[in-house]
Design a protein around this ligand. Structure first.
Ligand code: GLC
Length: 535
C-alpha cells in the first residue's frame, strides 16, 4: 500500500453512486421506482458495475411537492417508496454485498404537512411556533427582499396568524429554525434513528442554507459587472446572496452533527454546499470537526477545457485544510446530464477524470451508460422549479434508469406509464445492450472501476500536473509518479510526451491495455484518454 494510503477510512477509498429511488427500478408497477426495486439491483451495483457505496436520495414520507425533499415524517418511509422494513432490507442487503449506504438528510426545511409545522402555524403561542422562522412583514410585504432558490419571495404570508414564514425553497418547504435548541435536538435524533438502523452516513441537503443573517438584512442587487459563480439560476441571480446563507452560526450546527456521527464510529457526511469561494467552501470542514466533506462542485463549475479544469483542480486541492479529503462529481439529480452538458463524445474522458483525481468520486445513476438529458413535454412535467422557471426544470436528468432495450427499458412492466418519460435512446443506451458490447461506455466504467480498486496510486492523495503540455491535453501523475493520466480534449489524433511504461487503460480501445510506451511518447485518438503505468 502506498504510504499516503495508510490510515484511511472506507469513504476515502470508495466510489459512490447516487441512486434516485423514484427512477431506478419500479417493483410494484405503479410507474415509480421504489426501495424494493433498489434491492433487486444490488447485484448490478456490487458485481456488474462495482461501486462501493450508494447515496440514496430521499425516500421519507412526503407530499412529494419537491419529490421527497419535502419531508413530512423523518422516521418513516413514503408509501410510494415502500416501508421501513424495505429500508432496513436495502441497508442489510447492500452491506452483505459490500456496499455502504448513505441517505439524504434534509435538514434545512420540512414539508408544510410535517406535524411540527402544522403545530407551528396553528397559533403564535404554540410551543412549536419558534421551530420555524416567522417574522412580521414590512410595508405590507414580506420581511425583506430574499428570493427563494426556486424563484419568488422567500416568505409566505400565513393568514391565520398574520405573520410570514421563511422558505429557502418552495412555500411548501418551510425552513426549520436551527437557532432553536429543541429543533437541533429533534433533528439530531433523526440522525440517530437512521444510524441505529445501520446507515453509514448522510448526504446533507442544503448544508449551508439553514443559518442566515439574524438581522435579516436585504441582499444587495447584483452589480452590472457581476460574474455568476455557477450555472444560471434564473431570478435567484438578481441578488448577491450575502445575508441569506452561510451565517457563521452554521458551523456550530455542523459541529453538533459531527459529534453524533463520530459517536457511531466510521460514518461520514458530505454536505451540499453551493459555495464557489474556495476559502469559504473549505471552511465547512471546520477543524476537521464539521462536515467530513463539503460536496465539491468545482469540476461542474469550471469551463470544460484542460487549462480551466487544471486550474480548478489545483485550486481545490490547495484550499483543503491540512488532513482534509475531497470528492469530485460531474452530475446529480439537480444538474443537466453530463453527456448532454459536455461536447459530443466527451463523456468517456469525463469518467476518466472523475475516477482518477485524488478524492472520492460520486457518480450519478445512468451516467455510466452515457444517458442524455431527456426533453420532457409540458404535459409530463414534474419538477416544481421547472414550473416556476421552465428552463430550470430538473426532470430531464431524472428519467428512468435504462436497463434493457425492451418495453419501458426494464424500469417497470410493459404497459405501465413511468412517472417520467423514458429517454428516447433507451433501445441503444441501456445496461443489457452495453454489457454485450466490449467497447461500450458501461464496460469502460467497469474496467476503470476495477483498475481503480486495484491501484493504490489512483486512490492516493498524490497528484501533480507538472508538464508544459499542448492546449488540448490535460496530463497529471498519480501516486509517486506511478501513473500518468492523459486526456485528449482535441478532435484529432496526437502524440503526448510521457515517461516510458505500459498503457493500462484507454477510454476507447480495450486492445491497448498492455501496449508498451517507449521513446517518451504515447499516441492518442480523438477525445481519447489513457493511463500509463510506470515501473
Ligand atoms: C437540494 C436538493 C434539491 C432540492 C433542494 C430542496 O438542493 O439537491 O433536489 O430540491 O435541496 O430540498
Amino acid at each position: 500500500m502506498a504510504e499516503t494510503n495508510r490510515g484511511r477510512t472506507w469513504w476515502q477509498d470508495a466510489v459512490f453512486y447516487q441512486v434516485y429511488p423514484l427512477s431506478y427500478q419500479d417493483s410494484n408497477d405503479d410507474g415509480f421506482g421504489d426501495l424494493r426495486g433498489v434491492i433487486s439491483r444490488i447485484p448490478y451495483l456490487a458485481d456488474t458495475l462495482g461501486i462501493d457505496a450508494i447515496w440514496l436520495s430521499p425516500f421519507y414520507r412526503s407530499p412529494m411537492r419537491d419529490w421527497g425533499y419535502d419531508v413530512s415524517d423523518h422516521t418513516d418511509v413514503g408509501p410510494v417508496y415502500g416501508t421501513l422494513d424495505d429500508a432496513r432490507e436495502v441497508i442489510e442487503k447492500a452491506h452483505a454485498s459490500g456496499i455502504r449506504v448513505i441517505i439524504d438528510y434534509v435538514m434545512n426545511h420540512t414539508s408544510d404537512e410535517h406535524p411540527w409545522f402544522v403545530e407551528s402555524r396553528s397559533s403564535r403561542d404554540n410551543p412549536k411556533r419558534d421551530w420555524y422562522v416567522w417574522a412580521d412583514g414590512r410595508d405590507g410585504g414580506p420581511p425583506n427582499n430574499w428570493v427563494s432558490v426556486f424563484s419568488g419571495p422567500q416568505w409566505t404570508f400565513d393568514e391565520h396568524t398574520g405573520q410570514w414564514y421563511r422558505h429557502t425553497y418552495l412555500p411548501s418547504q418551510p425552513d426549520l429554525n436551527w437557532r432553536n435548541p429543541e429543533v437541533v435536538e429533534a433533528m439530531l435524533d433523526v440522525m440517530r434513528f437512521w444510524l441505529d438502523l445501520g446507515v453509514d452516513g448522510f448526504r446533507v441537503d442544503a448544508a449551508h442554507q439553514m443559518m442566515k443573517d439574524p438581522e435579516m438584512r436585504d441582499n444587495p442587487p447584483v452589480p452590472p459587472d457581476y460574474v455568476r459563480p455557477w450555472k444560471d439560476m434564473g431570478p435567484y441571480d438578481d441578488f448577491v446572496h450575502l445575508y441569506d446563507y452561510g451565517h457563521p452560526d452554521v458551523h456550530d450546527v455542523h459541529r453538533q452533527i459531527r459529534e453524533v456521527l463520530d459517536s457511531y464510529g466510521e460514518t461520514m457526511s458530505i454536505g451540499e454546499v453551493h459555495i464557489f469561494d474556495l476559502a469559504e467552501w473549505a471552511s465547512y470542514y471546520g477543524e476537521l470537526d464539521e462536515l467530513h466533506m463539503p460536496f465539491n462542485f468545482h469540476l461542474m463549475a469550471a469551463d470544460w477545457d484542460p487549462a480551466s479544469l487544471r486550474a480548478r483542480i489545483e485550486a481545490v486541492l490547495w484550499h483543503l485544510p491540512e488532513g482534509a479529503w475531497t470528492n469530485w462529481t460531474l452530475g446529480n439529480h439537480d444538474e443537466i446530464r453530463l453527456a448532454t452538458r459536455l461536447p459530443d463524445g466527451h463523456e468517456r474522458i469525463a469518467a476518466l477524470l472523475l475516477l482518477t483525481l485524488p478524492g472520492t468520486p460520486f457518480l450519478y445513476y445512468g451516467d455510466e451508460l452515457g444517458m442524455e438529458e431527456t426533453v420532457i413535454p409540458d404535459t409530463h412535467a414534474r419538477d416544481p422549479w421547472g414550473q416556476n422557471v421552465s428552463y430550470l426544470s430538473r426532470d430531464g436528468c431524472r428519467t428512468p434508469m435504462q436497463w434493457t432495450p425492451g418495453p419501458n427499458a426494464g424500469f417497470t412492466s410493459p404497459g405501465v406509464s413511468p412517472w417520467l418519460p423514458l429517454g428516447p435512446d433507451y433501445q441503444v443506451v441501456n445496461v443489457e445492450t452495453q454489457l454485450a458490447d466490449p467497447d461500450s461506455i458501461l464496460n469502460m466504467y467497469r474496467r476503470l472501476l476495477t483498475l481503480r480498486k486495484k491501484s493504490d496510486a489512483l486512490r492516493s492523495r498524490d497528484f501533480a500536473s507538472p508538464y508544459e503540455v499542448p492546449d488540448h491535453l490535460l496530463v497529471y501523475t498519480r501516486g509517486e509518479d506511478e501513473m500518468t493520466v492523459i486526456l485528449n480534449f482535441g478532435d484529432v489524433v496526437c502524440d503526448a510526451e510521457v515517461e516510458d511504461g505500459t498503457v493500462v487503460f484507454s477510454t476507447h480501445r480495450v486492445d491497448r491495455e498492455g501496449e508498451a510506451v517507449s521513446g517518451g511518447k504515447v499516441s492518442l485518438g480523438p477525445v481519447e484518454g489513457v493511463i500509463v503505468a510506470h515501473g
